[in-house]
Design a protein around this ligand. Structure first.
Ligand SMILES: *[C@@H]1O[C@H](CO)[C@@H](O)[C@H](O)[C@H]1NC(C)=O
Length: 318
């Protein structure tokens, strides 16, 4: 009884994310760099959303998915980067409430899980387009599209609500320092003074059940797509088919590549610092790369840029 009272007294309500502490002279350049990354990420993704909404040429399932992916990435980036920037301004000593930290982790997981599913849906879309072109309009009608997109969000919501519920049961009674750049599961769990065995087990099961099926679906789609492209007789046909899925393939590779590097690396103390830096890849670089890849590589998106700019100029001349 006495012990429990003491725990209550010292219950921690605020965390420090000390991942940026001790940067010294690097603080200002890093702040500028992250601010630039955030601005470019938001501009790039919002531009893609606008193009998909405005340009009738992009009113196809593939670009609806892309628009929705860009929307997801603006949320993802806004969940992480503004808080990082504020923390950098304070030299890494800005406090964050426990609730705020749990919410950040909730949205991070929700958006990451939804992105996994959305990327799988996009590769299924490419599989149907390339391997079953005659059935494309039937298989990928508006309703299916909407269901796949809604399903991705609902899946993420459902899974993370379970995790959030479990995390709200945790007690924190100090220390309050998280040596990380944002609120991620493992560093938070290390600070809990209640038993974390159950939540660790459940989150491992959930992340396996949530990441592996979309991953294998994506992989299978691309195995079919690539073997189908290899069998095409004409070189031009091959090039054309490949150009419709190469941007997405790059985005998928970056997404899973960065996740794998971080999660496959052993969690020893020596690697913790490297892990911190690597986590930047999937938190701030993935949302930055997606719109860049599509804007620079995808012919139709490039043409849409041109058309919209031309329209704007005409509008101004009148
Ligand atoms: C998201 O997908 C829906 C359904 O396909 C589509 O109507 C909507 O325009 C998309 N949103 C964006 C921002 O592209």
């Amino acid at each position: 009884m006495a012990e429990r009272e003491q725990e209550n007294q010292t219950e921690v309500t605020e965390f420090h994310l000390t991942g940026f502490v001790g940067l010294g002279d690097l603080q200002v350049p890093l702040f500028c760099l992250f601010l630039l990354i955030y601005l470019v990420t938001m501009a790039g993704n919002i531009l893609i959303i606008l193009l998909v909404v405005i340009d009738p040429h992009l009113h196809t399932p593939m670009y609806f998915f892309l628009g929705n992916l860009s929307y997801l990435e603006t949320c993802y980036s806004s969940n992480i980067l503004p808080m990082m920037l504020a923390n950098l301004l304070y030299g890494g000593w800005r406090t964050i409430s426990v609730t705020g930290c749990l919410m950040q982790h909730y949205f991070f997981g929700l958006l990451a899980a939804s992105e996994c599913c959305l990327l799988a849906a996009m590769s299924y879309d490419r599989y149907v387009a390339i391997c079953k072109p005659l059935h494309y309009t039937i298989l990928m009608n508006n309703r299916v599209c909407l269901q796949l997109i809604a399903g991705s969000w609902i899946n993420g919501l459902f899974i993370m609500s379970i995790v959030l519920y479990l995390m709200c049961q945790l007690k924190f009674c100090g220390p309050s320092e998280i040596n990380h750049l944002f609120c991620e599961l493992n560093p938070i769990l290390k600070l809990a003074c209640s038993d974390t065995y159950l939540i660790e087990l459940i989150t491992i099961l959930i992340s396996v059940a949530c990441i592996l099926p979309p991953f294998f679906l994506t992989l299978a789609s691309y195995i079919y797509i690539i073997s189908n492209i290899m069998r095409m007789a004409s070189v031009n046909g091959r090039k054309r088919a490949f150009s419709t899925c190469s941007s997405h393939l790059m985005v998928v590779s970056i997404f899973y590549g960065t996740i794998m590097v971080v999660y496959v690396l052993p969690k020893t103390d020596g690697l913790r610092e490297i892990n911190k830096v690597l986590s930047l890849f999937y938190t701030i670089l993935t949302p930055l790369f997606n719109p860049l890849i599509y804007s620079l590589r995808n012919r139709e998106v490039k043409e849409a840029h041109r058309r919209v700019v031309a329209k704007l100029f005409k509008f101004e001349k009148n």
